[in-house]
Write a protein that binds this ligand. Structure first.
Ligand SMILES: Cc1cc2nc3c(=O)[nH]c(=O)nc-3n(C[C@H](O)[C@H](O)[C@H](O)COP(=O)(O)OP(=O)(O)OC[C@H]3O[C@@H](n4cnc5c(N)ncnc54)[C@H](O)[C@@H]3O)c2cc1C
Length: 336
C-alpha cells in the first residue's frame, strides 16, 4: 500500500507541475500513469516538436520541457507508479481516498488530483483473428515496459512509426531474433532512425519484412508463430516468435474516470474555476481533462490551474490553518 498526501492521476506536463506547486506547500505527491514513461502527450505524441507558447521559452522541445519539469520537481521527492491505470477511486470515511490500479496497486491519499489529459492512451490493435487469446502474458503486448523481459527471446515488432523504429534499434541488441514488419516501404519515423534500421537489416542483425501485414498468430498455451502476408503477391510466410508487439499508435479514451460519480460534460470533468475542484470535495481536475467556460487546452493554462488547485488542496487538508504565500525568490525551494 502506498500512502501520500496527493495522488495525481496522470504524469503529463500538468501533473508534473502539480508536484512543484504542491511541494511549495509541503504536500507530497505520488503520480500514477498508464504509460510506461512520464510526459503525457508531449513524450508520447510529439517529443521532438518545438513548443513556442511556454512563457520564458521562445522555443522548447516537448521532451526537453518534460525533462525540465522533472528536474524542477526533484526537490519535492515525488514517487511514481508507471504503466498502471487507475481503475477504482473511492472515498474512505471522512478524509481519505483509496485508489486501485489495473495491476492491483493500492494508493491511499488525502487529496486526489485528476490530471488525466485526454484520458488513457489505448493501443490501436491490428485486425488479426485470435490476437486477444495471446494477450495477458501469453506473448502479445502493445507497450514495452521492461525491455530486459525480451532478452534472448524471439520477437516480432509490427509498425512503421517512431516507436516501432526506436524499439527495433534498442531490442536488436537484446533479442536473439528480431523481425520488423511494416506495411509499406516508407516509414513515418525520424530519418535517422530509418537509416539505423536499414543498416541493422543489411548487417543481418534484424529481419526486415516490408510491404507486408500481420496475418495470423499461432500457438498452444502461448504464442509460437506469427504469420505474415505480402501485400502485393499475397504470399504467406511464418516467423517463429515468443513475443509480438504491434506498435500502431495509441488513441486516448476517458475510460474508468467516467465511473467515479464526477460531473462530466463532453468527455471532460466539470470544475469550479475558483480552485479547479470537482463536485466531490477533495477531488480536483486540472489540465486537458477539465472543462469550464472559455477553457483552453494549453499547457500554460494547466500550470495556472495546478497553482490554484494546490492552495485549495492545502486548505482542504489543513482546515483552519492560515497560510501566507511566499515567493520562491525569497529563499529558493530548499525553504519549502
Ligand atoms: C501534436 C500536438 C501539439 C501540441 N502543441 C501544443 C503547444 O504548442 N502548446 C500547448 O500549450 N499545448 C500543445 N498541445 C496540447 C498539450 O499537449 C496538452 O494541453 C497537454 O499535454 C495537457 O497536459 P495534461 O498533463 O493535462 O495531459 P496529458 O499530457 O494528456 O497527460 C495525461 C496523462 O494522464 C494519463 N492517464 C489518464 N487517465 C489515467 C488513468 N485512469 N490512470 C493512469 N493514467 C491516466 C495518460 O496516460 C496521460 O499520460 C499539443 C498537443 C498535440 C497532440
Amino acid at each position: 500500500m502506498i500512502s501520500t498526501d496527493i495522488a495525481v492521476i496522470g504524469a503529463g506536463p500538468v501533473g508534473l507541475f502539480a508536484i512543484f506547486e504542491a511541494g511549495l506547500l509541503k504536500m507530497r505527491c505520488h503520480l500514477i500513469d498508464y504509460l510506461p514513461q512520464v510526459g503525457g502527450q508531449l513524450s508520447e505524441i510529439y517529443p521532438k516538436k518545438p513548443i513556442y507558447d511556454i512563457p520564458g521559452y521562445p522555443s522548447v522541445l516537448a521532451q526537453e520541457l518534460i525533462d525540465n519539469l522533472m528536474e524542477q520537481a526533484k526537490p519535492f521527492h515525488p514517487t511514481f507508479t508507471l504503466g498502471e491505470r487507475i481503475e477504482g477511486l473511492e472515498k474512505r470515511g471522512e478524509a481519505d481516498f483509496v485508489l486501485t490500479t489495473n495491476m492491483g496497486t493500492i494508493i491511499e491519499a488525502k487529496v486526489v488530483v485528476i490530471a488525466g489529459g485526454l484520458g488513457c492512451f489505448e493501443p490501436r490493435k491490428p485486425a488479426v483473428e485470435n490476437l486477444e487469446n495471446f494477450e495477458n502474458g501469453k506473448g502479445v503486448n502493445y507497450m514495452i515496459l521492461d525491455p530486459e523481459k525480451y532478452r534472448d527471446q524471439k520477437m516480432v515488432i509490427a509498425g512503421g512509426g517512431d516507436s516501432a523504429l526506436d524499439w527495433t534499434i534498442y531490442l536488436a541488441e537484446v533479442c536473439s531474433e528480431l523481425t520488423l514488419i511494416h506495411r509499406s516501404e516508407s516509414f513515418r519515423g525520424a530519418p535517422d532512425s530509418v537509416a539505423k534500421v536499414m543498416a541493422l537489416a543489411e548487417s543481418g542483425k534484424i529481419n526486415l519484412v516490408l510491404n507486408s501485414n500481420l496475418h495470423a498468430v499461432h500457438g498452444t498455451d502461448k504464442l509460437e508463430k506469427v504469420e505474415i502476408v505480402q501485400n502485393r503477391t499475397m504470399e504467406k510466410s511464418v516467423v517463429d516468435a515468443d513475443h509480438l508487439i504491434p506498435l500502431f499508435g495509441l488513441s486516448p479514451k476517458l475510460g474508468p474516470i467516467e465511473d467515479w460519480n464526477l460531473n462530466i460534460s463532453k468527455s471532460a470533468i466539470e470544475v469550479n474555476t475558483d480552485d479547479y475542484s470537482t463536485n466531490i470535495p477533495g477531488i480536483y481536475a486540472i489540465g486537458d481533462i477539465n472543462t469550464y467556460t472559455n477553457k483552453l487546452k494549453l499547457i500554460l493554462c494547466g500550470f495556472h490551474e495546478a497553482a490554484l488547485m494546490s492552495h485549495s488542496a492545502y486548505q482542504y487538508m489543513n482546515p483552519g490553518v492560515k497560510y501566507t504565500m511566499k515567493y520562491t525568490t525569497v529563499n529558493g525551494v530548499a525553504e519549502f
